[in-house]
Design a protein around this ligand. Structure first.
Ligand SMILES: NC(=O)c1ccc[n+]([C@@H]2O[C@H](COP(=O)([O-])OP(=O)(O)OC[C@H]3O[C@@H](n4cnc5c(N)ncnc54)[C@H](O)[C@@H]3O)[C@@H](O)[C@H]2O)c1
Length: 332
């Protein structure tokens, strides 16, 4: 990658922090400016060790603040923006959708306006989700031509931002690429999402709540494989094009929870089956999509991407990471 200065919005969040670590490891001379509001989901601690270097800096700012963003773009010539800043939790979007509209839609709009006004070449990589496509039945997979059909305020706000990015590419010629990725897992994910919540409750010997009958299916991808895909799309993706990212790795929520139970028991030396007995079924989330599955044929064929990490090994590493760092990072 020949970029000399990149902006990563949301770079102090889960995927963003993993991406900044990934890019810094692979391109140690590239300057990276993280732009992050540091909501509950982002923290300087996720970038520990990087913020002391000359290459990585953090600007605490709101992407929906137009003046602040214009100041940033006028001060520095960025070769590219990896746009990850978002409100990202579906349950929170049901309880209070407004922040999702403000950050995910207006924030993306403000960044696109900044790009439209600048004369230097700057590629915009918009990081989005497979949730924009809605829900699948038992068969089939989302491809890039699947019609958008979002179910939650979160996915609707991401869908709106995807459309804005396409429109700014077609109307104003902004150099933009979009990725729609399946569920990620790995270190630094705020412990409100499924995998860290399950690990925490099991560690504490509490009951693990599973929505509905636990038969909802998700396609899980280790965060480093997502980072590799983002790097490849940024470098070689065709402007104006969307790329689905997924690992062909479908699990029902219950299968995944049981897999975590067995690992926690092994690591904490508990009797076999101890944690599975903690699983309890709770009322389903409203509008809960039944199944997501990704057809990642385009990124595999056109850019040669494929997931590199073995799922079982990555899940094991992730469980161990949370057991070791949860208290240090979140004080829980
Ligand atoms: N987590 C997943 O499984 C997944 C899958 C596909 C796509 N995505 C997308 O990837 C991106 C990152 O997801 P994540 O899981 O890392 O989210 P996250 O919630 O862990 O992190 C989001 C980051 O954005 C920052 N932020 C929020 N509002 C902001 C604002 N107004 N201005 C500046 N910064 C702000 C937060 O402080 C945080 O650091 C999101 O756009 C999400 O839609 C996530």
């Amino acid at each position: 990658m020949d970029a000399s200065h990149l902006m990563v919005t949301g770079g102090a969040g889960f995927i963003g922090a993993n991406l900044v670590r990934w890019l810094h490891r692979r391109h140690p001379r590239t300057r990276i400016t993280v732009v992050d509001k540091l909501t509950y989901a982002g923290h300087r601690r996720y970038l520990q060790g990087l913020l002391d270097t000359d290459e990585v800096d953090l600007v605490v700012a709101d992407i929906a603040d137009r003046e602040a963003m214009e100041r940033l773009f006028s001060r520095s010539a960025f070769d590219g923006v990896f746009h990850l800043a978002a409100e990202s939790h579906v349950d929170r979007s049901i309880d209070g959708p407004e922040a999702f509209i403000q950050t995910n839609i207006r924030g993306t709009f403000v960044l696109l306006e900044c790009l439209r006004q600048q004369s230097e070449d700057c590629r915009f990589l918009h990081v989005s989700t497979d949730e924009v496509y809605g829900s699948l039945g038992e068969h089939g997979a989302f491809c890039e031509t699947t019609a958008y059909d979002p179910s939650s305020p979160y996915s609707a706000s991401k869908a709106a931002s995807d459309h804005l990015v396409c429109a700014y590419h077609r109307t104003f010629g902004v150099d933009a690429v979009i990725t729609n990725c399946s569920n990620n897992f790995g270190p630094y994910q705020y412990p409100e999402k499924l995998i860290p919540v399950v690990i925490r409750t099991l560690r504490d010997g509490q009951q693990v709540p599973v929505y509905g009958d636990g038969g909802h299916v998700r396609d899980w991808l280790f965060v480093d494989d997502h980072c590799l895909a983002l790097e490849q799309v940024f470098r070689s993706g065709q402007s104006g094009r969307c790329y689905n990212i997924g690992a062909d790795n479908e699990w029902t929520n219950l299968q995944l929870v049981y897999a975590i139970c067995d690992r926690v028991d092994a690591i904490l030396k508990r009797p076999d089956g101890y944690s599975r007995d903690q699983v309890t079924f709770v009322a389903d989330r409203p509008g809960h999509d039944r199944r997501y599955a990704i057809d990642a044929g385009r990124i595999r064929r056109e850019l040669g991407w494929r997931p590199r990490v073995d799922f079982e090994a990555a899940l094991d590493r992730t469980v161990r990471w949370y057991l070791e760092y949860m208290t240090r990072i979140w004080g829980i």
